[in-house]
Design a protein around this ligand. Structure first.
Ligand code: FAD
Length: 399
C-alpha cells in the first residue's frame, strides 16, 4: 500500500498554496491571525476570491459549478486553506443546503438558488432547533399550514448560527400532526426578509453575537419553496446532517494550532523548566496529537465515501465526536499555556487594535473566548450523547 501523494497531487498542493499567498485577500488572513471577528463582508470577499478560481463549492458536482475534485484534492485544498489561516466558508449555504437542493430540489429551485449561493450573493441560516426540540428534533412544532399557493408559518427557531447574516433560511416545519412525528415534517426555504420573520440576537458566553432566536408570525411562504415532497423533510434533513457532521474535522487548522502550542509552551515557564517538558502538559499534548491522527484517518474514510457518490453514513457521528472533543482539548491547552494571562476577557474583537496595549501576549488574548465558544462544539450538530446513541444503534447494531 502506498500512502504518499502523487506528483500531480503535490503540484496541485503548490498551486493552492501559491493562490493563498498571492491572490487571496491578505487583510482577511491578517484579521484571522489577529484574533479579530470577521464581518459578513469579510466572508463574502473570502468566498468571492475562492469562487473566482472556481474553488468555493468543493463538494458540489461539476454540473452545478463544483470543482469535480478527487477526494485527495479536496483534502489537500482544505489542508492548504487552514494552513494559510483562511476562514472556512460559511457552511449553511455551500455545505448544508446546497447538496439538499441539487439532490432533491426541482430544476427551477436549482436555477433559482444555487448560482446565488455559489457567488455568495445569498447567505443561508439553518432553522432546525426549537426551544423544546433540540436532540429530539422530530418533536419540532413550528407549523406550516397550506393556504392556496402558500404556507403560513408560525413558531420559533433557536440557536440559528449567523442567522443575522442570513438572506434565506431553510427550515424544518410541521405540516402534519396526525401520524408518526417524523412523517409530518417538511423542508421549507424562506426569504429572511418576508414580513412576520423577526431575528433576535443571543449573546453567547464568549461575548460574541453568533446565535439568534427567530420568530415566525403568520409568515406567508410560496409553496414552490418546499423542497421535495411534503412530509419527507426528515429524510432530507438526515441527508444534510451527514454532510454537516463530516464538515467538523478541520485537520490542518488543528495541526497548525498544535504547532503553535508547542512554540508557546517551549518559551512558557513550567514547574521545572519550559512548560513543554512538564510531564502533565506533555502527556496531554501527545494525547491530542494522537487523537488528531485518528481523526484524520476517519475523515479520509468519510471523504472517500462522499467522493464515490455515497451520502456520509453513520460513521460521520464518530467523526463528529472525535473532531469536536479534539478541538476542545486544544483550547484547554491554550488556556493552560496562557496561565494568568488568560484571565482578562475581551468581548469586543471587531476593531483591528482590540489587543494593542493590553500587556497580554497575542496568543493568550483570544484563548478564553475560544475556550468558551468551543464548549458548544459537542452540542451543536447533535450533542455527543446523541451521536453515541446513533453509533450504538446504527453502527454497532445494539438496541
Ligand atoms: C453554538 C451553537 C450553534 C448552533 N447552531 C444551530 C443552527 O444554526 N441551527 C439549528 O437549527 N440549531 C443550532 N444549534 C442547536 C443545536 O443543534 C442544539 O443545541 C442541539 O441539538 C442540542 O439540543 P438542545 O440545546 O435543545 O439540548 P437538549 O436536546 O435539551 O439536550 C440537553 C442534554 O441532554 C442530552 N440528551 C438529550 N437527549 C438525549 C438522549 N436521547 N440520550 C442521551 N442524552 C441526551 C444532550 O446530549 C445534552 O447534553 C446550535 C447550538 C449551539 C450551541
Amino acid at each position: 500500500m502506498h500512502l504518499g501523494f502523487s506528483q500531480a497531487d503535490e503540484a496541485f498542493r503548490q498551486e493552492v498554496r501559491a493562490f493563498f499567498k498571492q491572490e487571496y485577500p491578505a487583510d482577511i488572513l491578517t484579521k484571522v491571525q489577529n484574533g479579530q471577528q470577521l464581518t459578513k463582508q469579510d466572508y463574502q470577499r473570502s468566498e468571492a476570491a475562492l469562487n473566482e478560481r472556481g474553488w468555493v463549492a468543493v463538494n458540489w458536482p461539476k454540473e452545478y459549478g463544483g470543482t469535480g475534485w478527487t477526494a485527495t484534492q479536496k483534502y489537500i485544498f482544505d489542508d492548504e486553506l487552514e494552513r494559510a489561516g483562511a476562514p472556512s466558508v460559511i457552511p449553511m449555504g455551500l455545505l448544508y443546503v446546497a447538496p439538499v437542493i441539487y439532490t432533491f430540489g426541482t430544476e427551477e429551485q436549482k436555477k433559482r438558488w444555487l448560482p446565488d449561493i455559489l457567488a455568495s450573493r445569498t447567505f443561508w441560516g439553518q432553522g432546525y432547533s426549537e426551544p423544546n426540540s433540540g436532540s429530539d428534533l422530530a418533536s419540532l412544532q413550528c407549523k406550516a399550514e397550506r393556504d392556496g399557493d402558500h404556507y403560513i408559518v408560525n413558531g420559533t427557531k433557536i440557536w440559528t448560527s449567523q442567522g443575522h447574516y442570513a438572506d434565506w433560511l431553510f427550515c424544518l416545519v410541521r405540516t402534519d400532526n396526525s401520524g408518526k412525528k417524523q412523517e409530518g415534517i417538511s423542508f421549507l426555504c424562506m426569504d429572511a426578509k418576508t414580513p412576520g420573520i423577526t431575528v433576535h440576537p443571543i449573546i453567547s458566553i464568549d461575548g460574541s453575537h453568533y446565535l439568534n432566536r427567530i420568530e415566525f408570525v403568520d409568515v406567508r411562504v410560496p409553496a414552490e419553496n418546499l423542497i421535495g415532497e411534503e412530509g419527507k423533510g426528515w429524510t432530507y434533513s438526515k441527508y444534510l446532517l451527514g454532510h454537516e457532521r463530516t464538515s467538523y474535522a478541520h485537520i490542518a487548522g488543528k495541526r497548525a494550532d498544535i504547532a503553535r502550542l508547542k512554540e508557546i509552551a517551549a518559551v512558557t515557564p513550567g514547574d521545572h523548566g519550559p512548560l513543554l517538558h512538564d510531564t502533565g502538559f506533555a502527556r496531554k499534548l501527545a494525547e491530542v496529537e494522537v487523537d488528531l491522527t485518528a481523526l484524520e484517518f476517519t475523515a479520509l474514510r468519510a471523504l472517500s465515501a462522499v467522493a464515490s457518490g455515497e451520502a456520509p453514513g453513520e460513521e460521520s457521528s464518530a467523526l463528529k465526536i472525535l473532531a469536536t472533543e479534539n478541538a476542545q482539548a486544544i483550547t484547554e491547552l491554550f488556556l493552560e499555556a496562557s496561565g494568568q494571562a488568560a484571565l482578562p476577557f475581551f468581548e469586543d474583537r471587531t476593531d483591528a487594535n482590540w489587543n494593542k496595549n493590553s500587556g497580554i501576549p497575542p496568543f493568550a488574548a483570544p484563548s478564553t473566548a475560544a475556550y468558551f465558544f468551543h464548549r458548544a462544539q459537542t452540542i451543536y450538530g447533535g450533542a455527543t450523547e446523541v451521536q453515541k446513541n446513533i453509533i450504538s444503534k446504527q453502527v454497532l447494531g445494539l438496541s
